[in-house]
Design a binder for this molecule. Structure first.
Ligand code: ZN
Length: 288
């Protein structure tokens, strides 16, 4: 597969965008079943192209950088999770990771050089050169803009519908990375990440049941735990709900080449069904 590492376009100042995508795909919504925008997908790790202006921040060779991207990018998650409004980070997580806490003391992965701005690879090698204050502030502005878009999206849902449902969309490698806190093997096919304050237990149970019905293994909060909640509402507003879906990459791609497997469309279909379960849950609450 020819993976494009570097984007020669001049669009690298794009910030995270709030993409409006119409509900579609595998379900035939009639006019009598109105689609409420009570669900927002968060897709933080799907992008792999390092824009030209940022390549020189990395000390890795092209081959080593490509290998690291193969390990860390949540490949194709913007295709697997499709059909609803999404806030998608437009840069690779190797530049700045919007899923990490901004302060190192709050972020356990900062201990291995993988806090908000990674300094180390997943193998513990040096990833970036020393950055200037200005370069760091540019990366922080990418992070802040993304979180502003997320907070705004959730705020809009709250204002309009009195509730918001966030779905944190990820995939993970089939073998634990050296940096991973959870080294347990074998890894499940799916992981549902929950938060005691923001995730309804009956919703998590419904998703787990659905995955099992399809014949796949699933574990709650393993190998990764929790789910992202926008900072404005974290632990303070129970009308903001959040749940994480993580899918094992071996189910849908060749992890060495980056190529999609034939099973990609099956996994896409299952994920669409999981999203539909979450959407129905939100819709039911709204109609009460
Ligand atoms: Zn991820």
């Amino acid at each position: 597969m020819a993976i494009t590492l570097f984007d020669n376009s001049s669009l690298f100042w794009r910030y995270a965008v709030f993409q409006k995508i119409n509900a579609k795909a595998f379900y035939d919504y009639s006019d009598s079943h109105k689609i409420y925008n009570t669900m927002i997908l968060h897709i933080p790790h799907s992008k792999h192209v390092v824009p030209e202006g940022y390549r020189e921040l990395f000390v890795l060779s092209d081959i080593a950088l490509q290998k690291e991207l193969l390990l860390l990018v949540d490949w194709y998650t913007d295709e697997l999770f499709d059909g609803f409004d999404a806030v998608t980070f437009q840069y690779p997580r190797l530049l700045v990771d919007v899923e990490r806490f901004p302060e190192d003391e709050d972020e356990p992965m900062s201990k291995v050089g993988m806090g908000m701005i990674y300094t180390r690879t997943s193998d513990g090698e040096r990833l970036k050169r020393d950055l200037t204050v200005q370069e760091i502030s540019v990366l922080i502005s990418l992070y802040d803009s993304h979180h502003q878009a997320l907070n705004d999206a959730v705020g809009h849902e709250l204002e309009t519908y009195g509730q918001a449902m966030l779905v944190d969309c990820h995939s993970f490698p089939s073998e634990p990375l050296r940096c991973d806190l959870n080294q347990k093997r074998p890894r499940p096919d799916f992981c549902i990440g929950t938060d005691a304050f923001h995730t309804p237990k009956d919703l998590a149970d419904s998703l787990i049941l659905k995955v099992q019905e399809w014949g796949y293994t699933v574990v709650e909060n393993e190998p990764y735990e929790g789910t992202l909640v926008p900072s404005d509402y974290y632990q303070s507003n129970t009308n903001v709900r959040s749940i994480m879906i993580e899918v094992n990459r071996a189910l849908y791609m060749d992890e060495h080449s980056g190529l999609k497997l034939e099973s990609f469309s099956i996994i896409q279909l299952l994920i669409q069904e999981l999203l539909f379960v979450i959407h129905q849950y939100s819709d039911r609450r709204l109609c009460r």
